[in-house]
Design a protein around this ligand. Structure first.
Ligand code: FHN
Length: 504
């Protein structure tokens, strides 16, 4: 059990990690920093970059996903007895770490007894799955156990699990079955970090007794993961979290072999880059800059600004609706919560760079989504019903970037421009290389069969390596949200005039 003093120590250590981690996070604020010297690495990647098997191909084509954080933290909903934890805990699902002047007395003890009242009478996994289906999600990541150590499945490894609540039933099974039935692939979120586990270590164990204790924790973790694979064979992958503490980082031999074992048990299993590190402590990417896992799992509440930052890796971005806070937050007032337009922009930015965009939902303690989440799910779904072909199974195009929005490409002759910034003259100017073999030859707006006029516009910029094709958006086309111009690419009808470049 982690008492207040230990929790304070952890929070300080975590702040240290965040400061220290700035260097490692540099990899998510710009192009990858490639190591200059190659190292001999024993605990490097276990799978090839850009795996070509069916599961990874499906991952690459998802486009839109749903994250669900659900657990005991849904009961308080980021407040307790009318007092908000907003300033006392790092995020809503971190409310167990609530400290400071307004933290309730004996809060940890209260929190660790919440399981006795967990009885989500409105929980209906089929309802969640239908909502996700209607929203257009193709995969869903579900929290089996967060950092508080409470297991939402009937695990045999600890009594701190769903069977000891008034609800009793296997939540993970209900969710896996319901989403799989809707054709939505399920990934299981699993936190290695367990605040309340007496065998958990933050720092690497030193004494023989400490090592024996931590090894007990490692075996417990392995047993839980094998249990999840055995109980829920339909799942496509694990989404690991809480793997940043030194005790786990220095267990690289164990984690390497555990990953091998999980993959052998479940062929085609997908594991992101957050699970483990190499023997030099390098997480996500080994010391030679190679991805550790099947996709880059560091884009959390952030997005790459340029395709080159991804270095060709598969990736997804996970995003909260409030600024931070993955578990249920009763009160959104006073917070900027992302709008449908914000989320569509993030979605199209992600898929334009070969990534998936995963939106987080935090159901309340009774099993209902927040009303704000219901609204966004409906509006996103309405947009996806018309425009999904620009989202699913698309790839990055090498067209020059457009100021109007994001390009996605289905095949060599089908390119989509999702317009967020409608040009004032209603002319969508598409830049292509002057010597391009394929240029826009016809266009339409998704959801509207009318053919749009497409004209070559050789605007004659000096020393310009590009030429331009203008797609005319009808003045009377009404849009209050992003819309998609679908273009067929074909051989250029008119060649650009060979204009004399200025002599300066
Ligand atoms: O600490 C967790 C946090 O609570 C949340 O689960 C996010 C989701 O990606 N992961 C960790 C923070 O990086």
């Amino acid at each position: 059990m982690m008492n207040n003093k230990l929790m304070l120590k952890y929070t300080v250590a975590l702040l240290g990690f965040i400061l220290l981690g700035q260097t490692s996070q540099a990899q998510w604020t710009g192009p990858k920093v490639k190591p200059t010297e190659k190292k001999e690495i024993k605990y490097g990647p276990l799978t090839d970059k850009n795996r070509k098997d069916a599961n990874m191909e499906a991952f690459r084509n998802y486009g839109l996903g749903q994250f669900i954080h659900w657990g005991l933290y849904a009961i308080p909903g980021n407040e307790w007895e009318g007092v908000s934890a907003r300033k006392g805990a790092a995020a809503s699902e971190w409310i167990r770490s609530w400290s400071g002047p307004n933290a309730p007395k004996n809060w940890i003890e209260t929190y660790d007894n919440l399981y006795k009242q967990f009885n989500p009478k409105d929980f209906d996994a089929k309802r969640w799955a239908k909502q996700a289906k209607d929203m257009g999600a193709k995969y869903m990541i579900f929290t089996t156990k967060h950092h508080d150590g409470f297991a939402l499945w009937p695990t045999k490894t600890t009594d701190y699990n769903i069977t000891k609540t008034p609800f009793k039933k296997d939540v993970v099974k209900a969710v896996v079955d319901a989403y799989t039935a809707e054709g939505i692939d399920v990934y299981l979120y699993f936190s290695v970090l367990e605040w309340n586990n007496p065998d958990y270590f933050y720092k690497a164990p030193k004494t023989e007794a400490e090592k024996a204790k931590y090894n007990k924790f490692l075996q417990y973790t392995r047993a839980q993961l094998l249990e999840l694979l055995a109980n829920y064979p339909q799942i496509k992958g694990f989404w690991f979290d809480g793997t940043w503490d030194q005790a786990w980082v220095q267990s690289y031999d164990f984690t390497y072999n555990l990953e091998k074992e999980l993959r052998a048990k479940h062929p085609g299993l997908i594991i992101g880059s957050r699970f483990r590190n190499d023997e030099f402590g390098k997480r996500h990417f080994d010391s030679n800059g190679n991805l550790l896992g099947d996709y880059e799992q560091g884009w959390e509440r952030k997005l790459p600004k340029d395709y080159s930052w991804l270095d060709g890796n598969d990736w997804d971005a996970v995003m909260t609706i409030p600024p931070n806070g993955w578990g249920y937050m009763k009160d959104w007032s006073g917070l900027y919560t992302k709008t449908t337009d914000d989320l569509l922009d993030m979605l199209m930015q992600s898929v334009s760079m070969n990534g998936n965009f995963v939106l987080n939902f935090g159901p309340d303690g009774l099993g209902n989504m927040h009303p704000g989440e219901d609204k966004l799910a409906k509006e996103l779904g309405d947009w996806m019903k018309v425009n999904h072909e620009a989202v699913y199974g698309v790839r990055h195009t090498d067209l020059p970037l457009s100021k109007l929005g994001y390009y996605t490409q289905k095949d060599s002759t089908t390119v989509y421009l999702t317009v967020f910034n409608r040009p004032v003259n209603n002319i969508a100017r598409i830049a292509v290389a002057k010597n391009a073999k394929l240029v826009p030859v016809s266009a339409q707006i998704l959801g509207d069969a009318k053919a749009l006029e497409v004209k070559h516009a050789d605007i004659g910029l000096d020393l310009d390596k590009q030429t331009y094709y203008d797609v005319y958006i009808p003045e009377n086309y009404k849009s209050n949200r992003a819309f998609v111009i679908k273009m067929k690419m074909g051989n250029p009808k008119s060649q650009s005039e060979k204009l004399m470049d200025a002599k300066m």
